[in-house]
Unconditional design. Structure first.
Lengths: 113, 113
């Protein structure tokens, strides 16, 4: 069973600060997804990265897929209170059934005004 | 845009009672999923479906059953609820067939007393 380890587990910062959260594994992934979950809601897909070394930007969010496709990072520039939420990484299961996703446990981000 | 409704959104029940949660999608997506989310455990797959009457177990399927008699509806049943099944339950559909991106419903908060 492939595992996705996310760090840090909790992060509390002030508005305007920069931050990076990580998603690591010993397995190689064909692709990797990042979701954000706000309190009381379901996760929402932010981005999918598919190529080793790929960098994708979504406004103030920058996503990077590791060269070896075993890890990924999410960097937020000038964080705002609206960025508060649980950030989850997920990857399709390897082997016979890639119609299932494995999720990391998430990083709970709080951005204080 | 894909749409998912889950019902009920909140439920309190007693140990030993049967409970059925409903997930309804507004489009004809083939794959549907039931997850539970608990602190410290993240999102864990309970069961999934790859078509009408076609279902399979996830990593935490004990104590749960599912049914899918129509493309748009996926039911999760707890035959005899236990306190360990107190959780938030999310339904999801696979909207991206290449990388298995998923779209989540708003969740059902279930409390078993």
């Amino acid at each position: 069973t492939q595992l996705l380890e996310q760090s840090p587990q909790f992060l509390s910062i002030q508005e305007g600060e920069n931050l990076t959260v990580y998603c690591n594994s010993s397995s190689v992934f064909s692709s990797l997804q990042w979701y954000r979950q706000e309190p009381g809601e379901g996760p929402v897909l932010l981005v999918t990265v598919v190529t080793g070394g790929e960098v994708k930007k979504l406004k103030r969010l920058t996503f990077q897929f590791g060269d070896a496709r075993k890890d990924s990072s999410l960097h937020i520039t000038a964080a705002q209170p609206g960025d508060t939420g649980l950030y989850l990484c997920a990857a399709p299961n390897s082997g016979g059934s890639n119609y299932k996703l494995t999720f990391g446990k998430g990083t709970l981000l709080t951005v204080n005004p | 845009d894909a749409g998912i409704t889950q019902s009920p959104r909140h439920k309190v029940t007693e140990t030993g009672t049967p409970v059925t949660l409903r997930c309804h999608q507004t489009e004809n997506h083939r794959y549907m999923y039931w997850y539970r989310q608990d602190p410290g455990h993240g999102l864990r797959l309970i069961h999934y479906s790859y078509g009408v009457k076609d279902t399979d177990k996830g990593e935490v399927s004990d104590g749960y059953s599912v049914s899918r008699s129509k493309t748009e509806d996926f039911l999760l049943t707890l035959e005899s609820a236990t306190s360990s099944q107190t959780s938030v339950y999310f339904c999801a559909i696979m909207t991206g067939t290449v990388y298995n991106e998923q779209f989540f419903g708003p969740g059902t908060r279930l409390t078993v007393l």
